[in-house]
Design a protein. Structure first.
Length: 277
């Protein structure tokens, strides 16, 4: 409310916090502009329309399109162009596989329902019946989702970078990629894989991932939770002495492994190293 009285201690706190928040926003903007500029040679694709559904220019030739990021966002999204003929063919094949998975789930649900009815008649007790859900699209549905995008997540100036992954195989550091990515402290990759979900035994699909660690950050410790399919990546980092500086940077790629490999190869990593202090 205009002219409202603010206690002295709160006014002092606001005087300290407001500039810090402004500095953090400015630093986020600087980091994301640098990341987008470094990746420009690897992302020569049209921007999406405002809804993020089709290319704004309506072109069918590009395989990919890039969704314009929201202000303050640390995410860059690359999406398969649905107007491209090759992408449409891939989607049609995947939909056929998905339909098979759903029909199989429907048959299982119907059989379970019949058993539940028979058991209820025999015991007088009602039985729970599983329905058909989106998870019944199976591995085919998850795979087409993974192959149809790459999510690029940026983290910086964190005291510790902690990521949790559900996978049937262990993520591993890649000496080859570390030599490819100029100045990287480490590059950790996780190949796409299918695995049995703990507890249910249901087949799940894990999309491919790659993590690039830059700056004053330790190589991540990779551990597996006991008796599970959960892996953790934890890397400690040194915070910057200046709030406006960037001391560490981690770029996480998730999704289409072919495009991720191309992004790693074509990104100007040297320009990102210049950002780090």
């Amino acid at each position: 409310m205009k002219g409202a009285w603010v206690p002295g201690y709160l006014a002092a706190w606001l005087l300290v916090v407001a500039p810090l928040a402004a500095t953090a926003q400015q630093t986020t903007g600087i980091v994301m502009r640098a990341v987008r500029a470094a990746m420009a040679p690897a992302l020569p694709f049209p921007a999406t329309d405002q809804a993020g559904v089709v290319p704004a220019d309506g072109k069918t030739e590009p395989l990919w399109m890039v969704r314009p990021p929201e202000p303050g966002s640390l995410l860059i999204e690359v999406l398969a162009n649905p107007l491209n003929n090759l992408n449409q063919l891939r989607a049609e094949r995947a939909m056929a596989q998905i339909q098979e998975s759903i029909e199989s789930a429907q048959r299982r649900a119907e059989a379970q329902y019949e058993r539940a009815i028979s058991e209820a008649k025999r015991t007088g007790k009602s039985q729970e019946v599983d329905g058909v859900t989106l998870t019944d699209e199976g591995v085919a549905g998850a795979k087409i989702d993974a192959d149809s995008h790459v999510a690029i997540e940026v983290g910086f100036n964190q005291p510790s970078y902690h990521y949790t992954l559900s996978s049937g195989t262990m993520p591993n550091p890649s000496v080859q990629l570390r030599s490819l990515v100029a100045g990287a402290v480490d590059v950790v990759t996780l190949a796409s894989n299918t695995f049995k979900e703990e507890g249910t035994g249901v087949d799940r699909y894990c999309e491919g991932e790659t993590f690039v660690y830059l700056g004053r950050v330790a190589r991540p410790a990779i551990t597996k939770r006991s008796d599970s399919t959960i892996y953790e990546l934890i890397a400690e980092a040194t915070p910057p002495g200046d709030a406006a500086a960037v001391s560490s940077l981690v770029v996480r790629f998730r999704g289409n492994e072919v495009l991720i490999a191309d992004l790693l190869r074509k990104t100007d990593w040297n320009s990102l190293l210049e950002l780090l202090k």
